[in-house]
Design a protein around this ligand. Structure first.
Ligand SMILES: [Zn+2]
Length: 299
């Protein structure tokens, strides 16, 4: 499903631009975000593409991720309810993937973008995700993160502290997890697909073992009260993230055991994983895809 979405977005970019210039701005956008208040001033926006967090306060709005270009009108509409896009003071990108950063072109006109240095490096150049047959052309300069960091950066705004920490080579080579300290909320980026096998972008530096280790490191930093925002999927808890971690560790162990037995990729796919993991294939990736990602990671 995501395969199709990613491909189509790239193909339809120019068509969308054309359509959005048709003088229909007074109409409601056809696609809308579902907005959930996580506190008095923190909101979760869920639509097509990655989950977005919106923080508001006297010093302006902060966005964590910006979604697909085709959701720009919906994002504009959502921001209008909180004072307008002009109020955005910072946008944070959790990683480079288009379903989290295409909205940079819109938000970047108003606010600086913060991300790990590898996000900037990748958005400056043409990127390819062979797994989804997806190509991303270099972004316009205003849509590229101008504030970058290596290990972590702290953003203090609206009496809140956002600790943006880079976790290396899990989902890509530029992922950050954002800890919203006082509110006890964490935005995982794509280090968490809640309830689904995660896509791991091996071509831009991801790896299943690091993903498991990174998630474990996040689990050590949060508690049972923490509200956990996944990159994709429903609003979650620490227990959900623990299950996700367990799924990665145990499915990886199952595949590894079959590799040690000398089985080929096809044989392992034919054998499949334990039945208990079946539900995890109902989202983005089939069990065959997940097995392929694990095997490629382990090689
Ligand atoms: Zn991603």
């Amino acid at each position: 499903m995501k395969l199709l979405i990613l491909c189509l977005v790239t193909l339809l970019t120019s068509a969308n631009l054309f359509a959005s210039g048709a003088g229909t701005s007074h109409h409601l956008p056809t696609k809308l975000f579902k907005s959930t208040a996580l506190s008095e001033n923190i909101f979760l926006l869920q639509g097509e593409g990655g989950n977005i967090a919106l923080l508001k306060g006297d010093e302006g709005l902060v966005l964590i991720d910006a979604g697909y270009e085709k959701m720009t009108k919906a994002l504009d509409h959502e921001l209008a309810r909180h004072g307008g896009v002009e109020q955005v003071t910072y946008l944070i990108n959790t990683h480079w993937h288009t379903d989290h950063t295409q909205g940079n072109a819109f938000i970047g006109e108003y606010a600086p973008i913060i991300a790990h240095k590898n996000v900037r490096r990748r958005l400056l150049t043409r990127q390819e995700v062979k797994f989804f047959n997806m190509v991303s052309e270099p972004y316009a300069s205003h849509a590229i993160p101008s504030i970058t960091f290596d290990k972590s950066i702290v953003l203090s705004i609206n009496s809140e502290t956002l600790e943006i920490i880079h976790f290396p080579n899990g989902h890509t080579d530029g992922d950050s997890v954002v800890f919203i300290k006082s509110a006890n909320i964490v935005h995982m980026g794509d280090h968490f697909f809640s309830g689904f096998y995660p896509f791991i972008d091996l071509g831009t530096g991801g790896n299943v073992r690091n993903m498991a280790n990174n998630v474990k490191a996040v689990l050590a930093k949060i508690d049972d009260e923490t509200i956990v925002i996944p990159g994709h999927g429903p609003l979650s808890s620490k227990a959900d993230l623990e299950e996700f971690h367990q799924m990665i560790v145990e499915t990886t162990a199952e595949v590894e055991a079959m590799l040690i037995d000398g089985m080929s990729v096809e044989e392992i796919q034919a054998e499949g994983l334990s039945l208990e993991w079946e539900d995890w294939s109902a989202g983005y990736l089939s069990t065959d895809d997940w097995i392929k990602i694990i095997i490629t990671s382990l090689k």
